[in-house]
Structures are given as C-alpha cells and as structure tokens.
Design a protein around this ligand. Structure first.
Ligand SMILES: *Cc1c(COP(=O)(O)O)cnc(C)c1O
Length: 401
C-alpha cells in the first residue's frame, strides 16, 4: 500500500480500502484477483522442499493459504493492530482452530457466563469430552476472575459487548489479571469490530471474529478470523487450520469480505447513530421494562463502554412487559424489520431468544444465561432511521397494548 504522505500513518478507512494490495502488481486491476486454485506448482524440487520446510515464503496448497485470502489477512491484521491474521470458514472455525492449536488434556478455560450459543456448546459440552474443563464466570465482577484462576488455566475467553444481553467486560483489567497468572486472553470482537474497539491494544492476546456479521456486512457469506502474534498465528495456520479443522475460507468469500470491509467505518457510523436514537425511544416506551444499549446513560457500564469503545455499536436488547407472549406479539407485528438470527447486515434483524435460539432451553438454563422470556434482540440495520422507528414503535404498541 502506498503511504498517504511521509510520516503520516494511514487512517482506518484508508487501510480498510488499500492495505495489503498494490494494483500495479496486478495489471492495474483495482480489485484483488480471485485465485480459484487448489494447488501451486513449484519451479523445482529445491523450491518445493524449501517451501515445505518453511525456509522460503510461498504457497503450497490452498487449505493453508491463497493470495486473495492473504490480502484479506493483511488488512485484518492492520485494522485490529495485530502482527498477523488468519481468515477461516466461520466464526466457530476461528474459535475452534485457535483452541485446538494450543490446549492440552487437563487444561482449563475460563469463559464469561454469557456467550454466543455455539461457543458455549463447544466449550461447555464439546471440549469437556476431551479432558478440557471450561468454567463460566461473571467477568463483569472485579475479583471473580482472580478467584477462579488456577495453575491449569490456559485461556480466558469473552465477548464484549456480550451476545445477546449487552454486558460490557473490561478488557484491560481482565488482561492484567490473566497475565499475572501466566494465561492468555481471547476476545470475541464480533459486536465491536476493529472500527469501534481494538482489544489487542488494551492487552488481549488474540481477537476472534465472526466475519459473517459486520465485517461482511451484507449477509452473503459465513466466515471467521483470528488476529494476534505472528508466531502463534503461524501455529494456528499449521495446526488448527491445516490439521485439526480444515475449515478453510474460499477465495471468493475472501473477495466478498475485502469488498465489505471497504465500507466498514461508514456502515458502523450509521449502525451506531441509528441504534443510539432507537435505544432512547425504546427505553421510554411504556411497554418496555428496560433497554440494554451501552450508549444509554442508564446502562450500568456506560462509563466503561465509553472508555474502551469509540462508539456503542448497532445491537440493542430490550425486555418487554408481558414475557413470552408479549415477545411473540412484538415479533409478529414487525413489518419492515426482519425476523431472523444473525446480525450486522444492512437489513434490520430481530430475534426473540425464548421462542427462537433458546427455544429448547429449560427455564432454569435460560435464567442462568440471563435470557428472560420477554428479551428481544435487535440488530439495527442501515435503513432510514425514521422508518425503523415507526416499525419498532408500532410493534411495541401491539405487543403491550
Ligand atoms: C455469530 C457469532 C459467532 C459464530 O460465528 P459463525 O460465523 O456463525 O460461525 C461467534 N460469536 C459471536 C459473538 C457471534 O455473533
């Protein structure tokens, strides 16, 4: 990438558009080519041997790397402020490839008590079959982590803000406590995106993403990423990706992600602006018990969110009076917003965990995850905010009227 001017570091969007790619090396083609190939031919046996031995850079086989994917990875590393990045086939592939690369029999993971459902299933049910224990702790409570750490703790894992209930966790504080015990910190930055929050700069060791969400931004692919130190990322590529999961991202999806990321800063500005307006309106509706949005002064961690995020994101959770039935009435009354899981798309997506993602949980399990019957999650899209407001307000009237 060409530097804007001597001594001036390139800003976020400049890097999101240019980092890791020079059209001059590709016939002037403004967009990176999509390399549709499984394998790479070597000039000589000597060259092949050196590549396999890792003595010279170069591609060998597309499960391990692809030039389109490499541009994406350079861009991701730059945006998150990490030495290296690895793009993989899904958010869950990112989390599993990273952990499979380093954990061993007898290790412990400490995770926050609120996690994306499949992350919880992997740690709580999947890993326990292989002799790795995960303990779920409320990481918003200073002191809870210190008490929970043992000599076997290898990783501390959390999302912030958490999915779906928007709790905020202090990245710098958790990193200090974790490092004092010789363990490593992984932050799932899917909700924040590198545009609003950069966990590596606050002390975390690894960032993981579901790129399916804001980084893609268009709901047209499934992808994930890991960002961190160069040596460790090389291990994740050679072990977690190549041997343990094989969860490679396609060159075409890499291309779509490069396209989506060009507008990340623009899109996030609109998501944040609309979500702040809507959260305020939702909070003052009489049918709403509370609205959870870190940009509301009423949010119990507003101060912390203001310090570690540059803006508050596009996700809102709200608690309706009238429990499950009110939730269903609200959902069915929506006209413009879509009833759907996932998030971070141009379209506003609304989900009611009690009837959708957490439908098969017992009441006790839902309670333990902080998911009440009247909880609704909104991923605020890029539509006209007045249209969204009108739709959500009429659905709230309908739910509780
Ligand atoms: C969606 C999501 C995941 C899982 O990502 P996939 O791309 O669906 O595999 C992980 N963490 C968070 C916070 C998510 O929202």
């Amino acid at each position: 990438m060409k530097k804007p001017s001597p001594g001036r570091p390139a800003g976020f969007s400049t890097r999101a558009i240019h980092e890791g790619y020079d059209p001059a090396s590709h016939h002037g083609s403004l967009n990176p080519p999509v390399y549709l190939n499984a394998t790479y031919s070597f000039d000589s046996i000597a060259q092949g041997q050196q590549r396999f031995a890792g003595e010279v850079p170069g591609y060998i086989y597309a499960r391990v790397g692809n030039p389109t994917q490499s541009v994406l990875e350079q861009r991701l590393a730059s945006l998150e402020g990490g030495e290296a990045a690895l793009a993989v086939a899904s958010g869950i592939a990112a989390i599993t490839a990273l952990l499979w690369s380093f954990i061993q029999l007898g290790d412990e993971i400490i995770a926050d008590k609120t996690l994306y459902g499949c992350t919880f299933a992997f740690m709580g049910h999947g890993l326990s079959r292989f002799g790795v224990t995960t303990r779920f702790v409320d990481l918003t409570q200073a002191g809870a982590l210190e008490t929970a750490m043992t000599p076997a703790t290898r990783f501390v894992f959390f999302e912030t803000p958490t999915n779906p209930n928007m709790r905020v966790i202090d990245i710098a504080q958790v990193s200090r406590v974790t490092h004092a015990h010789g363990a490593r910190v992984i932050v799932d930055n899917t909700y924040g995106t590198p545009c609003l929050q950069r966990p590596l700069e606050l002390g975390a060791d690894f960032v993981v993403h579901s790129m399916t969400k804001y980084l893609s931004g268009h709901g047209d692919l499934i992808a994930g990423a890991i960002i961190g130190g160069a040596d460790e990322l090389l291990t994740v590529r050679k072990v977690g990706l190549k041997d343990m999961t094989g969860a490679v991202l396609s060159a075409f999806d890499s291309f779509l992600l490069l396209r989506g990321i060009k507008t990340l800063e623009l899109r996030m500005a609109r998501h944040c602006e609309s979500a702040l307006i809507l959260a305020g309106q939702i909070e003052s509706h009489s049918g709403v018990v509370s609205a959870y949005y870190p940009g509301l002064k009423s949010h119990s961690q507003y101060e912390l969110a203001s310090q570690q995020m540059s803006a508050f994101g596009g996700m809102i959770a709200l608690e309706l009076h009238g429990g499950y039935d009110a939730g269903v009435r609200f959902m069915d009354a929506l006209q413009l917003a879509q009833r759907a899981v996932s998030l971070g798309d141009a379209e506003t997506l609304v989900q009611h965990p009690a009837s959708m993602t957490h439908n098969n949980y017992t009441d006790e399990e839902r309670e333990a995850h902080g998911i009440s019957l009247g909880l609704v999650r909104i991923s605020v899209g890029l539509e006209n905010v007045e249209d969204l407001s009108a739709d959500i307000m009429q659905a709230l009237d309908h739910a509780t009227g």
